[in-house]
Design a protein around this ligand. Structure first.
Ligand code: PRT
Ligand code: ZN
Length: 310
C-alpha cells in the first residue's frame, strides 16, 4: 500500500505539536513573547513569518491579527490563542449572529492587556448618565458589547462602526459620542473627549478549543499551564529579608501581605533579634516597608523572584 509522506507527517504533527495563535504585532505581542520566553519557549525572532516553530518544545506559533484569534480557536484551526477578552466577547456575539461555531475554553487569565471599554463624549457635554445617549450616533469597534449594555438601559442608539481612529469621530462630525478602549485616558483627553462610563473591563486571556487534546498535546499543554502560572506568580512575588526584634515577630507577620510561613534564623551575637526570610505573593508598597521599619525591623531587603514552581 502506498503512503503519502507529507500527509502522514502532517497528521503526526496535528496530534503532537501544540499550535498557538498570538497577535502578530500590537499591544499584546511583547507581553505574550515575554511570557513565552520566561516559560522557556524559544521561538525564532523573525516576526514576519506567519508560522514559527519553537526550537526546544513541540509548539507552533501562528502570528495573526488579534481579531482572527477567537475564530481560529473556535474553528479548531489552532489549539490555543491569546487574545483580549474584549475581542473574544465581541467576536463571539458576531459569530452567534452569523451562525458560526462559538465554543472555546478559558484556560488561563493572563496578567497583561488590561484596559476598559468606555463611553466618552466631548468635554463640554454635561453628562447625566447613559440615558443621554438616547438617539445618539456612537462610533465604536465594539457594537455588540455596547448594544448589550445600552439595551439593558433601554437606550436606543445608532452605532457607527470604525476599526481605527475612533476617537476622532466626534470632531469629524461622524458621531456624537464614542465607545472605545481606554488605558491611561491620554488619547481621549488629547481629542477633547471625557470618559463618562465604563461598560466593560478586559485583560488578555489564554483560550483553548472546546475539544479534548490528543494525549501528547495535552501533556505539553499541562506543562505550559504550570509554567505560565509560575511565571505570573513569580512576577507578583517578592523575597523579603530583614532583621527583626523577636518581640515584634507577630506584628511584623501580620502586616506582610500574602506572606507564607517565614524562615526565622538566629542572629549571631543577638538574643533579642532574628533574621526573617519570607516569600510575599502580593505587591509590596513603600507604606508596608515603612511600617516594618517602625516596628524595629532593620536591613530590609526586597528581592524580585525569577521563577517559582509549586
Ligand atoms: O493589528 P491588530 O488587529 O492585531 O491589532 P489592533 O490594532 O486591533 O489591537 P491593539 O494592538 O491596539 O490592541 C490589542 C488588545 O490590547 C486590545 O484588544 C485590548 O485587549 C488590549 N489593550 C490594552 C488595548 C489598550 N490597552 C489600549 N489602550 N487596546 C487598545 N488600546 C488603544 C485604544 O483603542 C485607544 O486608541 O489605545 C488607545 C487608548 O490608550 P490610552 O492609554 O491613551 O487611554
Ligand atoms: Zn485588531
Amino acid at each position: 500500500m502506498s503512503t503519502c509522506k507529507a500527509c502522514c507527517e502532517n497528521q503526526g504533527s496535528e496530534k503532537k505539536r501544540l499550535r498557538i495563535a498570538i497577535q502578530k504585532s500590537g499591544r499584546l505581542t511583547d507581553e505574550t513573547l515575554k511570557l513565552f520566553k520566561s516559560s522557556g519557549i524559544k521561538i525564532s525572532a523573525n516576526r514576519d513569518h506567519l508560522l514559527a516553530h519553537a526550537e526546544n518544545l513541540p509548539i507552533d506559533i501562528l502570528r495573526v491579527r488579534d481579531d482572527d484569534i477567537p475564530g481560529l480557536v473556535m474553528d479548531h484551526v489552532v489549539d490555543w490563542g491569546i487574545v483580549g477578552q474584549n475581542v473574544l466577547e465581541e467576536t463571539t456575539m458576531q459569530r452567534e449572529l452569523d451562525g458560526m461555531p462559538t465554543g472555546f475554553n478559558e484556560v488561563l487569565k493572563l496578567n497583561f492587556g488590561d484596559c476598559r471599554l468606555s463611553v466618552a463624549v466631548p468635554t463640554e457635554h454635561e453628562w447625566t448618565g447613559l440615558k443621554d445617549l438616547e438617539g445618539a450616533k456612537i462610533a465604536t469597534t465594539y457594537p455588540h458589547l455596547l448594544k448589550r449594555v445600552l439595551k439593558q438601559e433601554g437606550v436606543n442608539f445608532k452605532s457607527v462602526l470604525l476599526t481605527g481612529s475612533v476617537e476622532v469621530a466626534p470632531r469629524a462630525g461622524l458621531a456624537d459620542a464614542i465607545c472605545d478602549l481606554v488605558c491611561t485616558g491620554a488619547t481621549l483627553q488629547s481629542n477633547g473627549l471625557k470618559e463618562v462610563q465604563t461598560i466593560y473591563t478586559s485583560k488578555a486571556v489564554l483560550i483553548g478549543r472546546d475539544q479534548e487534546l490528543y494525549p501528547e498535546k495535552k501533556a505539553i499543554a499541562d506543562l505550559l499551564i504550570e509554567r505560565f502560572k509560575g511565571v505570573m506568580s513569580a512576577e507578583e512575588s517578592r523575597y523579603i529579608m530583614m532583621n527583626a526584634p523577636k518581640a515584634k515577630l507577630e506584628a511584623i507577620r501580620a502586616i506582610l501581605p500574602g506572606a507564607e510561613n517565614p524562615s526565622i534564623i538566629p542572629l549571631e551575637g543577638s538574643d533579642d533579634h532574628v533574621a526573617l526570610h519570607v516569600v510575599s505573593r502580593e505587591k509590596l508598597f513603600w507604606e508596608t516597608l515603612e511600617q516594618l521599619k517602625s516596628l524595629g525591623a532593620t536591613s530590609i531587603l526586597v528581592v524580585p523572584i525569577e521563577k517559582m514552581l509549586g
